[in-house]
Write a protein that binds this ligand. Structure first.
Ligand code: BDP
Length: 697
């Protein structure tokens, strides 16, 4: 025994932590780790019965700390609840309240919604409140989602790969479905329900028609059955040419009655298997996908035809506005607006147009998409990318809360103080059908998202979809406390790391609104020099337009005039470099390298400084994380530390490769005291990663 103690002593506390299973943590429990060992003691009574109410009850039983006052789980209609006169009005089907009330002479903590889904959300909200430091004796909550459809988009392929997925294979094992019910499907639904996500699109927007065949409908039906009690509906991405490929028709023209009939029959078939099927997501006439434009019909014609097929069943269509064409020589950033804005008012009631947060493609920073506010008669669903295709895959720590919030809280300039969030949550125009979509970062890795901190992006998406007005800082604090515990040092340090982490990616990949500078195909690492791809707008050189005199894409009135797609007040501001916010300067303007910036330095000097700031931020995160070594379980601590080291190396790579390239264009020296790139440009150009994860085929 003595020898054993000595051995432990010699190996140190971190070894002990690793060796002790109670302490090891592979991240599987996500933010749902409130269940301390001494649980299962709280008294929970359920009034009424449904699968969802039973889940609310069991979640509370499993995680409420001992000593919590007696809890009652109910819906507003349950006996005794209506008489309490509580403010259920305005909570809708999914809202909840948590209140201390006296029921049958007993003081209890009531968790209740108008419907059982509301009650389930209330149960999770109570656990969240307690997990972030609230006291059960005083907790009082009341909330309803501001956005109706809070949906994950899985870009999962039927062969198990995930397009732009960096957390392993797809969760859906299509091969063993519908027979095998992987317990992970339930855990997935539970995690989503805990943050209010109520829909999931199972398959890639670059869809295969197989998803619409009977065997795959049966597989999807199995998942739908698992998800249903958790309040989650399934949706499918639909390939527009399915009537030809599956139905043997000669055309997929949406105006052809036979095509419409085929989709109606297909929808009926799906609804027979999945009575609460959510509907279709469609990527049409975009990056080679088929669509109504192939037949000279409009996006509205296509969307409305599908909408008519699902309408009798209460389904909806999410029609993506992510369109651009190599045959269109105009600025890519303008094309979606040009195509969709004239269609405002022409979409059926059960269609949402799904618009990416920015006008290009999920870059580390993009100004908000000009369609927000510009289509008042059409519900616009915002689409964010949770998976970090352009922000360092799973290895880089980049908290996306600030990116999501920056877009949502941007002012459209259409009406006084109107924000993108007001457009998305329907309050701007009184739309009832509203939605937010997030491209999932979930895979079969034990920690679901490829890294602990990536889980925060899934979490932040769900929380902002529930309430787009939440702050990213508040969400980070909630997440950190639930993920790592409420130790103030841990919460303060992790949230401080997260706070500037996305800005750091902006800085080390290219500041001031530079975008689309990544390498080809897999999008891993820098490739600002790439100029040889088939479509002009696939090339980084198309976006940065660097030449010996200056850099940036001129979208002002002397250029592509993309600025005039914004409301007049915003357009006026963006039209001139002098009034354009510096962080978006090169997105909107081509300016001279020696342009004077607000801080008195030249653009070139400032750009270089931003690269160094970004790299320095990562080094800072490494130091901050080091201070938590004894406060975080060894497994999650070590993986994060290792990933930060990878990020440090790769941030440096982005910086060095980019500087080497810019210098080859502008022939300017680096400012005094700035480190030269480690290698020459040829070395950076020669790097190749054909097997990077998430590649498209
Ligand atoms: C791009 C991705 C591509 C997607 C596309 C989309 O690189 O894999 O198919 O977005 O959103 O960013 O359709």
């Amino acid at each position: 025994m003595k020898g054993y103690r000595a051995l432990i002593g010699a190996l140190g506390a971190s070894w002990l932590a690793l060796a002790s299973p109670a302490f090891a943590d592979d991240g599987y429990s996500l933010w749902l780790r409130t269940s301390a060992p001494a649980t299962g003691q709280a008294a929970v009574t359920r009034l009424g019965d449904s699968a969802t109410l039973r889940l609310a009850e069991s979640e509370l039983r499993r995680a409420l700390p001992a000593g919590t006052p007696p809890v009652v789980v109910a819906t507003a209609a349950a006996p005794g609840i209506a008489a309490l006169g509580l403010p259920f009005v305005g909570l809708g089907d999914e809202g909840y309240l948590v209140r201390r009330v006296t029921l049958a002479g007993r003081s209890v903590l009531l968790v209740a919604g108008n419907g059982d889904r509301g009650t389930l959300y209330g149960a999770f909200a109570l656990l969240r409140a307690l997990g972030t430091g609230d006291r059960a004796e005083t907790v009082a909550l009341r909330s309803a989602p501001k956005v109706k459809l809070r949906v994950l988009n899985h870009w999962d392929n039927l062969d198990g790969t995930v397009e732009r997925g960096y957390a392993g294979q797809s969760l859906w094992d299509w091969w063993t479905l519908p027979d095998f019910d992987d317990p992970r499907y339930t855990d997935y639904a539970r995690a989503n329900a805990s943050i209010g996500i109520n829909g999931t699109v199972l398959n890639n927007v670059n869809a295969k028609t197989d998803s619409l065949t009977a065997p795959y409908i049966a597989k999807a039906a199995k998942l739908a059955a698992v998800f249903r009690p958790w309040g989650i509906k399934v949706y499918l991405s639909a390939r527009f040419s399915a009537p030809i490929e599956l139905g043997g028709l000669k055309t997929a023209d949406p105006r052809d009655p036979a095509v419409a009939a085929w989709w109606r029959a297909k929808s009926d078939e799906i609804y027979r298997a999945i009575p609460d099927f959510g509907g279709f997501l469609v990527k049409a006439n975009s990056e080679g996908q088929p669509g109504p434009r192939d037949y000279g019909a409009s996006h509205a014609d296509g969307a409305n035809m599908l909408a008519a097929a699902v309408a009798p069943h209460g389904g909806i269509v999410m029609w993506r506005a992510f369109v651009y064409a190599e045959t269109d020589p105009t600025d890519r950033a303008k094309q979606a607006y040009s195509e969709f804005k004239p269609l405002d008012g022409r979409f059926a009631d059960n269609v949402l147009v799904q618009v990416k947060n920015g006008a290009i493609d999920f870059q580390p920073r993009e100004p908000f998409h000009p369609l927000f506010g510009a289509m008042p008669k059409t519900p616009l669903m915002i689409e964010f990318q949770i998976t970090k295709e352009y922000l360092g895959f799973a290895t880089h720590l980049a908290y996306l809360g600030p990116l999501f919030a920056e877009t949502l809280h941007a002012k459209t300039g259409r009406r006084r103080d109107e924000t993108v969030a007001d457009v998305v949550d329907g309050s701007a125009e009184g739309h009832k059908l509203t939605g937010m979509a997030g491209v999932a970062n979930i895979g079969r890795d034990r920690d679901w998202s490829g890294s602990t901190f990536n889980q925060a992006n899934w979490y932040a998406f769900g929380r902002l979809a529930w309430d787009p007005d939440l702050t990213s800082e508040g969400i980070a604090r909630e997440w950190a406390a639930q993920t790592f515990g409420t130790d103030p040092q841990v919460v303060a340090t992790t949230t401080a790391m997260m706070a500037g982490s996305r800005e750091a990616v902006v800085d080390y990949t290219g500041a001031f609104g530079l975008a689309h500078l990544m390498a080809t195909g897999h999008h891993y690492g820098p490739g600002p020099w790439v100029a040889d791809l088939a479509r002009p707008e696939w090339n980084p050189t198309y976006y940065h337009r660097a030449d010996p005199d200056g850099i940036g894409f001129e979208r002002g009135r002397g250029g592509s005039d993309a600025v005039d797609q914004y409301a007049p007040s915003v357009a006026r501001q963006l039209a001139r470099p002098e009034t354009t916010p510096e962080r978006e300067l090169l997105w909107f303007h081509h300016v001279r390298w020696d342009r004077r910036m607000a801080d008195g330095k030249t653009l070139w000097e400032d750009l270089v400084a931003h690269y160094d700031t970004g790299v320095g931020y990562v080094a800072g995160m490494q130091r901050q994380w080091d201070t938590l070594r004894d406060k975080i379980d060894a497994e999650r601590w070590q993986k994060t530390a290792t990933y930060l080291a990878i990020q440090q190396r790769e941030a440096r790579w982005w910086r060095d490769a980019s500087l080497a390239y810019w210098m080859s264009v502008n022939h300017r020296p680096l400012p005094a005291g700035v480190a030269a790139p480690e290698h020459d440009l040829a070395w950076y150009k020669a790097q190749s990663y054909p097997h990077a994860p998430g590649h498209t085929s």
